[in-house]
Write a protein that binds this ligand. Structure first.
Ligand code: ATP
Ligand code: MG
Length: 416
């Protein structure tokens, strides 16, 4: 970086030192660079400099030189300064409440931290998809408007669809299952909607859901795909983006995210929770506190497998060794980030699926097309769902899931 350079961007900071100097720090998507207007410079430069606000858009040019005091180690002697839009005083300054920042999310997403999160999210999704492409999965796009839900009717957003009721999808899994009969390996990457009343740091009402589904894959191979995908995406991110890894201080955490991931059975996991001071009985599901206890023992994600069928979805295949259990897994991220994946082998036999639906009182009429998939050349198959924002929250070690998505939708927020 030598010689005359021009930059287009936004005023990140501006500081006037009496009549002596004006420092203008410009930011854009690639850099942050400090420029200086000195006493005795062209008066027009000085006049423009005095009018600028934080976040005014500008073009700034001049000779660039090293200066160890400047944010990037370089400084520009400003020779050219053109306002693109001076605008109005920017409403966001330091020390504003979380509520205020959320109300002004449309402006706050330009902050350094959120910009870096969304860069990281972009790369993480790219690497997850890259792994799937390298392993024979096709992207397969599902409908968002549906009439029946994978997890049943509770917690669904209802909408008026012409003259009938429809719902925003909770999961695209069943459509992925339909997709494997042509493509064998597919994944959907689409929003899922959950009208959950829970106010937690890891639930959104609308989130991006990555759901691979594969023919001729049993529950064990399903685990291999999950750990392979997580390892690949994390290691690529770690190796290719040192500046982001440094910003979020996650190097030590991420370097351990390597296969194989430990596997606990449901019963072992309950025992572990109780041995660490938790209180659980067999048959209960893990909550955030229990997951945090389990993950405290490991430096990488851990699988919990073979849950009691009563606490899991009806389409999960029963364990031939113990029909009270299902061939499923939850993947629990380390450092208290909790569940990031839920997966299972699916029931592929028609009678078995019908029986299971009867047991849990699901009406067959709502699932006619899903049952059809078991009538014409059915095959063993497995799949899983990863919440993109849960994954981003874990990889960047964020406190709250809402920062992993540009415009979070939660129980008390649909604006902006
Ligand atoms: P939890 O017990 O944490 O509510 P779940 O068992 O309801 O999760 P699944 O229905 O198995 O989750 O969904 C698959 C994945 O989708 C989860 O592992 C998680 O990564 C993600 N996920 C589920 N619900 C939400 C949500 N409300 N907001 C963000 N991500 C979610
Ligand atoms: Mg849930």
């Amino acid at each position: 970086m030598e010689g005359y350079k021009e930059f287009r961007g936004w005023v990140y900071r501006i500081r006037k030192l009496g009549d002596d100097k004006i420092f203008i720090v410009l930011r854009n998507a690639h850099t942050i660079i400090q420029g200086v207007i000195r006493k005795g410079a062209d008066r027009r430069l000085w006049e423009i400099g005095e009018k600028l606000y934080i976040e005014s858009s500008i073009l700034m040019g001049g000779k660039i030189r090293q200066d160890s005091r400047a944010p990037n180690g370089y400084e520009i002697d400003i020779e050219k300064l053109e306002p693109i839009h001076i605008g109005e005083p920017f409403p966001i300054s330091r020390d504003q409440s979380e509520e205020f920042l959320l109300d002004n999310r449309h402006l706050w997403i330009r902050s350094q931290r959120l910009t870096k999160i969304f860069q990281a999210r972009h790369y993480l999704i790219k690497y997850l998809e890259e792994y799937l492409h390298n392993n024979g999965f096709y992207r397969f796009d599902p409908p968002i408007i549906t009439v029946s839900g994978a997890e049943g009717g509770a917690d669904m957003f209802e909408l008026e669809y012409f003259n009938r009721k429809a719902y925003l999808t909770q999961s695209s899994q069943m459509y992925g299952e339909a997709g494997i009969f042509g493509l064998e390996r597919v994944y959907t990457l689409a929003p899922s909607f959950r009208a959950e009343k829970s106010r937690t740091r890891r639930h959104l009402a609308e989130y991006w859901h990555l759901e691979p589904e594969a023919a001729f894959v049993d529950w064990k191979e399903n685990l291999k795909i999950q750990e392979g995908m997580i390892e690949y995406a994390v290691q690529k991110f770690l190796n290719n983006h040192p500046e982001l890894v440094e910003y979020f201080q996650v190097k030590d955490m991420l370097k351990n995210i390597k296969a194989p991931f430990p596997i606990l059975t449901y019963y072992q996991a309950v025992d572990l929770v109780n041995s660490l001071g938790g209180k659980m009985e067999y048959g209960q599901d893990f909550g955030a506190d229990e997951e945090a206890l389990i993950s405290s023992k490991y430096d990488r994600p851990v699988f919990i497998v073979k849950y009691p069928k009563n606490i899991k979805a009806f389409y999960m295949k029963q364990d031939p060794d113990n029909p009270e259990l299902v061939l499923n897994d939850d993947l629990i991220a380390p450092y208290g980030h909790g569940e990031i994946i839920g997966g299972s082998e699916r029931i592929w036999d028609l009678e078995e699926l019908k029986n299971r639906m009867k047991e849990v009182n699901l009406p067959e009429e709502n699932y006619k097309w899903y049952l059809d998939l078991r009538r014409f050349g059915s095959v063993p198959h497995s799949g899983f769902g990863l919440g993109i924002e849960r994954f981003v929250k874990f990889v960047l070690n964020l406190d709250h899931i809402r920062d992993a998505i540009p415009f979070p939708r939660t129980i008390n927020r649909v604006y902006p």
